[in-house]
Write a protein that binds this ligand. Structure first.
Ligand code: IPE
Ligand code: IPE
Ligand code: MG
Length: 252
């Protein structure tokens, strides 16, 4: 079997996921408070949503606050929570008008009820949009997501609603926050860090990773295009053999 994407093919990834990192360092380099980095990071987020849509990306997932980010100083945490709130309040109308469906993934039970209501409103207000899906990973941790899915499956099994032996990859996937979304083909991380930091551990099993030294507030259209070009040069095998070898084996 020869699998999906081969180098040189120009089909863009359907789903691009980004670990938006480096806001603090961007600010520090300029002698500014970290908050200024986050504010500029929100500008980069806005332009990336626009650029990704124009470049044909159908699903864009942005990691904006992890379940581990609560470890930061309380002032920074509340600034980041406020930033999400302001983003939804200020940008929802434009996102709605430009055909963007908004989804928020992550745990909600430790967010305040008004923030949960706001997030739910953003989702329902845009649910019929089809041009692009913007997935904001907020208070998101992949291990937490998998644990929540496991708990629901265990409860279903204990109540006799499902047979434990029927649990397979598809069923687990359907209990994740991303149930109705395709897996990301490309995961980008900015700021030069080369780790996954608890992002989409299940969904990125066969994703291509592009790490760029660009700090998130500086991530512009050229940086996004460069990452997509890098993806286009990759060969995805999914555990199979390269196309050329596949043909040789077939011919032998
Ligand atoms: C990314 O920038 C934003 C969040 C993680 C919320 P950072 O705040 O992690 O920036 P650095 O890594 O300290 O530079
Ligand atoms: C990952 O960045 C989380 C987000 C981008 C929201 P961090 O800056 O929190 O990750 P670590 O701490 O460097 O692994
Ligand atoms: Mg960071």
């Amino acid at each position: 079997m020869s699998a999906g994407h081969r180098p040189g093919q120009s089909n863009p990834p359907v789903h691009v996921a980004i670990i938006m990192d480096g806001n603090g360092r961007w600010a520090q380099m300029r002698g500014l408070p970290r908050q200024e980095g986050h504010r500029r990071g929100l500008e980069a987020l806005r332009s990336t949503v626009r650029n990704a849509g124009e470049l044909g990306v159908k699903v864009l997932t942005l990691y904006s606050f992890s379940t581990e980010n609560w470890r930061r100083p309380a002032t920074e945490v509340s600034f980041l929570l406020g930033l999400l709130r302001r983003f939804v309040e200020k940008d929802l109308a434009e996102l709605k008008a430009s055909g963007v469906r908004v989804r928020i993934i992550g745990r909600r039970d430790d967010l305040t009820p008004d923030l949960v209501r706001l997030v739910e409103h953003a989702e329902t207000a845009t649910r019929d949009n089809t041009r692009m899906t913007l997935v904001v990973a907020f208070n998101y941790g992949a291990r937490d997501e998998i644990v929540r899915a496991a708990r629901r499956l265990a409860a279903d099994a204990a109540a006799g609603r499902i047979d434990a032996t029927a649990i397979d990859e598809d069923m687990l996937g359907l209990h994740l926050d991303t149930a109705d979304l395709p897996d990301p083909e490309l995961v980008i991380r900015t700021s030069g860090e080369t780790r996954i930091s608890n992002f989409l551990l299940w969904q990125a099993a066969y994703a291509e990773f592009v790490f760029t030294p660009v700090l998130w507030p500086d991530f512009d259209r050229a940086a996004l295009e460069a990452a997509l070009a890098e993806y286009a040069r990759r060969e995805r095998r999914f555990g199979g053999v390269p196309e050329a070898l596949d043909r040789k084996v077939g011919a032998a």
